[in-house]
Design a protein around this ligand. Sequence first.
Ligand SMILES: [Zn+2]
Ligand SMILES: [Zn+2]
Ligand SMILES: [Zn+2]
Length: 315
Amino acid sequence: MPYTSAYYPFKIRGEYPQVYIGPTKPEVTAAAERKGFTVLGRGGPNRQMVILGCRTCGTPIHRRSRVILFNNIDCEGCSNKKDEVAAAAIDGELVSTRPIGHRHRREWRLKCGHVVIRQRGNMRKAARGDNEAGCEMCREERYAAEAREFGWTLHGPVPNKPGYRRYKHTCGAVQDVSVGNMMWGDVACHKCSKGASARPSFIYIFQIDLPQQTVIKLGYSRKPHKRLRHQLGIDLNVRTKVLRTIPMPSGFVARVQETEAHNTLSKDNPEWVVPKAAYGDQINTEGEIYLPAALAKIHELVDEIAERFPPRGPA
Ligand SMILES: [Zn+2]
Ligand SMILES: [Zn+2]
Ligand SMILES: [Zn+2]
């Protein structure tokens, strides 16, 4: 028996299903009834389809006879209701159940007003409080605002580097920076701030237990705890210890203060200076290495620097 030129007076998945004249097997009708649906007839995109009405929400759906007999039937209408409830729970709204190009996702308006495409599971979790339903657009706006504080404009994502963004400096230079570093302004423009001198820094006192003798290094670094060993190329078998660090407003200031301290030390107590020949390649530096006897004096000098540059609280 054929398709007719008639159509059901309601849409299923965006289309009016065409009416197909044909019997529905009693066991299919019985299974549909048992699962909460009323059989309305046959039709839709192919001959195996049966048109059902959901007795819970009234939405018409179509399913193959085999599916009605052997599978669970999840009504789109009921499902959308749950999505609407989930959206309302986070002060949002379900905008579209079938956004173009996203079969298994939904379009939602978030609390902030932005419209996003998300999986429904994601939003239901958010409604239960299991995740944040954070808005990527708000997040990017926040990143852009954080960058502006330091004279950078957010340009966009960096391919294959999720934690990074591309930024443009006021000077025009474009650079990829991790958003974590940008948040703190921990970034130097490769074009206009040569040598990282504009970034916050630390003066440190570092103890290095070389096999032949323990020595002290006074220096400055942006990240003394993380990078010192690496920067100085110290062998993994050599024990090292950061004895002290004090924050400096910039690498530039740190370098000036540190140089002054070295000058004082080598002028007043040249006997404490360990010559390069004594450690050679064991420490990748040309100088600034002292005997442990110098430690008290070094602390004194660092005290004075700390007094001149009291740490600034979080801005
Ligand atoms: Zn339903
Ligand atoms: Zn938003
Ligand atoms: Zn620049």
